[in-house]
Ligand binder design. Structure first.
Ligand SMILES: C[S@@+](CC[C@H](N)C(=O)[O-])C[C@H]1O[C@@H](n2cnc3c(N)ncnc32)[C@H](O)[C@@H]1O
Length: 446
């Protein structure tokens, strides 16, 4: 049995949906046993080896870190040891300070130089009656002291005192993957320790792998063709591929490939790619990106990129494909919310385009294959307006695939409303603050 902790992307629900789809597709017997908006704890019946955990990290667009859970405390212990307002309870403070898990991470430290970091993940927004900063710093100092007492030649920790780059007012209490990689914190005897809070527990986990943000940044900035207006983020591309059930060796199709970000991510994961786009410059650009990637990886990549209209896909693509992942055009780039009539017209046009493309996709998709796509949600001057996805798929030969199956989620009834997961979701929103056109993800199956 393996109990794993996953540090989630900014859309926690989508990250959990992706994680559960991945686990199911891999044939692992896994259950989500606890979660916050920052992390998920998953119990997997099988024993997973390091390669399997590395594969998980590469596949999951919505995961920043994966750790193995090594200790658990009832939430009352940190609540009383590091209360946000009251005075600390000495017994509980001592309980945390004992760090019984230390021996699991560092069985032999005599004479060694150790670098470590402790990353704390609150339930959400740090709003919980625990002083997370004191907790993190307290644990940093304590672990350092214990390591030296256990014979380490030196013990140094990495900690942040700067504000979070995303939320100025909030202090950072978790290390970025970049810092972990730059300081080799995952190479023994070094370690990163995850302190993950849920409503019920404090989980202590040892990080096994982190998202390679430096490599991603390098690829994003160095590829020859990029368009900030249309390119899909590489992390969402991986999520779409995972939701579509794409595996290494599969042939995947992006019928609206644009600059080819999905194709690039698929090629990195060892898939064969087919791309289609109606615009000649996008086709040329996607081809030059794939050529560049092949050179960069030192590999011959298998791909075909066609110029054409996805409403006539079966006349362009003569091969059966295993999975389809895409971000179609989402309508005009609105600077301010459009009038409802205008948004309705856009939605109608897009629905017709998507329906025709999906009907064609169904013709070349492998039986039991899946399609993962984004759809727009337009904020009008009234309510948000989106594609009626049930009507959209009628007659296409595809059916809705429900995400977040109830039997793989063990959640408490009295969970905080902001943490509630409604099982069997047909659609998951992917909101970005301040944008007029938001997105949602749907998955279809043949
Ligand atoms: C949102 S962009 C895709 C972005 C892409 N994922 C990327 O990372 O660059 C949508 C693309 O669909 C293309 N497109 C629009 N209508 C099309 C059609 N009928 N058939 C094929 N491609 C189409 C556009 O040219 C555009 O490049």
């Amino acid at each position: 049995m393996t109990k794993l902790a996953f540090v989630l992307g900014s859309n926690w629900l989508l990250s959990i949906a992706e994680l559960l789809v991945y686990i199911q597709d891999k044939g692992f017997d896994g259950t989500l046993i606890d979660h916050s908006r920052n992390a998920a704890i998953v119990d997997i019946k099988q024993r997973l080896d390091s390669d399997q955990i590395v594969d998980m990290q590469s596949a999951l667009g919505g995961c920043y870190k994966i750790g193995k859970v090594i200790w658990e405390y009832d939430i009352d212990v940190p609540l009383k040891a590091y209360p946000a307002r009251n005075v600390a309870n000495k017994e509980d403070l001592d309980e945390i300070r004992k760090c019984p898990w230390l021996k699991i991470v560092w069985p032999r430290v005599k004479g060694k130089k150790v670098k470590f970091g402790i990353s704390t993940y609150p339930i959400f927004d740090g709003r919980f009656p625990i002083n997370f900063r004191s907790f993190t710093r307290g644990l940093d100092d304590r672990v350092k002291k214990l390591l030296v007492e256990n014979g380490a030649r030196r013990a140094d920790y990495f900690a942040y005192d700067e504000p979070d780059r995303r939320v100025e007012a909030r202090l950072n209490i978790a290390l970025w993957p970049k810092t972990i990689a730059q300081n080799a914190l995952l190479a023994t005897p070094n370690a990163e320790i995850l302190a993950i809070f849920s409503e019920e527990k404090l989980y202590i986990a040892r990080t096994r792998i982190v998202y390679d943000s430096m490599l991603q940044q390098y690829r994003d900035e160095s590829r020859p063709f990029v368009s900030s207006e249309i390119s899909t983020s590489p992390k969402i591309c991986r999520t779409l591929l995972t939701l579509a059930g794409a595996r290494p060796g599969d042939t995947i199709l992006d019928p609206f490939c644009g600059t080819g970000t999905i194709l690039m991510e698929a090629a990195i994961l060892g898939m064969e790619c087919i791309g289609v786009d109606i615009e000649g410059d996008q086709v040329q650009g996607a081809r030059s990106n794939m050529k560049w990637l092949g050179k960069d990886l030192g590999m011959k990549l298998e791909y075909d990129i066609f110029k054409g209209d996805s409403r006539e896909l079966s006349s362009l693509v003569k091969k059966q494909v295993d999975a389809v992942a895409f971000e179609p055009p989402l309508g005009p780039i609105y600077k301010k919310p459009p009038l409802r009539d205008e948004a309705e017209k856009t939605i109608k046009e897009l629905t017709a385009l998507y329906r025709q493309a999906l009907t064609e996709i169904a013709n070349i998709l492998r039986p039991d294959g899946r399609v993962a796509m984004t759809i727009p949600v337009i904020n009008t001057d009234g309510d948000p307006l989106s594609i009626k996805f049930r009507d959209l798929i009628g007659g296409t030969g595809l059916a809705l695939y429900r995400m977040l199956p109830g039997d793989s989620i063990k959640s408490r009834k009295d969970v905080h409303p902001r943490l509630r997961i409604r099982p069997s979701r047909e659609l998951i929103p992917e909101r970005k603050r301040g944008q007029v056109v938001q997105r949602a993800l749907i998955v279809l199956e043949k």
